[in-house]
Design a protein around this ligand. Structure first.
Ligand SMILES: NC(=O)c1ccc[n+]([C@@H]2O[C@H](COP(=O)([O-])OP(=O)(O)OC[C@H]3O[C@@H](n4cnc5c(N)ncnc54)[C@H](OP(=O)(O)O)[C@@H]3O)[C@@H](O)[C@H]2O)c1
Length: 388
């Protein structure tokens, strides 16, 4: 029997690639039973029609109403309650959470709370509520299989080793489109410049996070929670070719690396089929053709977001939630032309300084912390716009 799969955020970059992975092996291992998006109801209905899916969710009520009018072959639900109901009532055995931003935390909690295994692309879930999320997974016995390419690599490398043998984790970073630039050269960069990622084709928010190096900061926190590794044992190295995805250093001096061309269908397929592996139509790695793989330290002075994220992870409690909310507000403002690229980090830093760190109590209190940080970060963005 195929495994019943729900894909949340199916109209985005990861979601579309996941449907491509499923399409190539239709009827074999996976059956898509539920899909969700925020507003793009036309694309969602087209996906549901193609894959014979009976239930869809749209975060936006107006989009859901339009989908209901246009599509009579299944059920349309809306809003946060609709998303939770979609997860709980579609009979899925595996959820791929490919929603962007902290909005994805609700779906993570709904899936793990139901004891449903989770293929997790939405790294913000672990950044915002890592301890509570991993405790919930332990309590219900649901597995979290990472989709992020670096964490997928680590999952594979660590899974092959005995407990107690891993000394350090090393995440690689492409360095983004502005690698090698000085801070002064970032003052006038445009949205188009920042969206021109050198090695990965991804959604807008993560592409900007890659340009600021925030993405790597979020991934350090993600790795801490996924693998229970202390922050001082998680390193970042810049590797512009994006061929080595991660490395683990072992107690006997050996270092193991995971390599492959940058293609998200590989870690998506791994997460959807784990513990099995299936064929994915990607080119065989040709190291001789690549010639050289290079590595350099991250420039944390020009790109302060990496250090801001790491510090918030070490501070713990609500600090990563505050940091993440401020980042989402600042990135959104940059994409909308209301904040210069070079001021994204400043808005995050100001917000972290203004919001006291509280202990992590519950998912509800995280929602409050997220809302408070968003309000404060938005005010800092407005102040900066007014001062220009
Ligand atoms: N793209 C990559 O290669 C990549 C790699 C590693 C990790 N990730 C992670 O995977 C996640 C998705 O990234 P992406 O690049 O695929 O993003 P994306 O292209 O922007 O797609 C985001 C998806 O989430 C939906 N969505 C947006 N806001 C939502 C909300 N408030 N509630 C419910 N659904 C919402 C969108 O629906 P609409 O289409 O209707 O807006 C869309 O389906 C992110 O956490 C990212 O960090 C991505």
């Amino acid at each position: 029997m195929p495994r019943r799969l729900a894909i949340l955020g199916s109209t985005g970059s990861i979601g579309v690639q996941a449907l491509d992975v499923v399409r190539r092996r239709a009827g074999d291992e996976l059956e898509v039973v539920a899909l969700s998006a925020a507003t793009d109801w036309e694309a969602l209905v087209a996906q549901a029609t193609e894959h014979g899916v009976g239930r869809i969710a749209l975060a936006d009520g107006d989009a859901a109403a339009r989908a209901s009018e246009a599509w009579t072959d299944g059920e349309v639900v809306s809003g946060p309650d609709g998303l939770v109901a979609l997860v709980a009532e579609s009979g899925c055995e595996l959820v791929l959470n490919a929603i962007v931003g902290s909005a994805g935390l609700l779906a993570t909690v709904a899936s793990l709370g139901e004891g449903i295994d989770l293929a997790l692309a939405n790294k913000e879930s672990l950044v915002v509520g890592g301890e509570l999320v991993t405790q919930l997974a332990e309590a219900t016995g649901a597995a979290i299989i990472p989709v992020d390419s670096e964490h997928s690599a680590l999952h594979q490398l660590i899974g092959a080793e005995r407990p107690g043998t891993i000394e350090r984790l090393v995440l690689t970073a492409s360095g983004g489109p502005f690698r090698g630039r000085a801070a002064a050269e970032l003052r006038d960069v445009t949205v188009a410049d920042a969206l021109a990622h050198p090695t990965w084709a991804m959604g807008g928010k993560i592409t900007i996070d890659s340009a600021t190096l925030m993405n790597k900061g979020l991934e350090v926190i993600e790795a801490h929670h996924l693998f229970g590794t202390p922050y001082e044992r998680i390193e970042v190295v810049v590797h512009p070719q994006s061929i080595v995805h991660a490395l683990v250093q072992l107690c006997d001096g050996a270092t193991l690396a995971h390599l492959g061309y940058p293609d998200m269908r590989v870690p998506i397929s791994y997460a959807l089929h784990h513990p099995d592996r299936v064929d994915v139509p990607v080119a065989t790695l040709d190291l001789a053709a690549l010639g050289a793989l290079t590595f350099e330290p991250p420039d944390v002075e020009t790109f302060p977001c990496l250090a801001l994220a790491r510090a918030s992870g070490i501070a713990g409690g609500t600090a990563p939630c505050t940091m993440n909310a401020a980042n989402e507000v600042a990135v959104h403002a940059f994409l909308a032309g209301r904040l210069p690229f070079a001021e994204i980090a400043a808005v995050i830093e100001e917000t972290l300084a203004a919001v006291p760190v509280e202990p992590l109590r519950s998912f509800e209190s995280l929602g409050e912390a997220d809302a408070e940080a968003r309000a404060i970060a938005s005010a800092f963005v407005s102040d900066r716009a007014a001062a220009r």
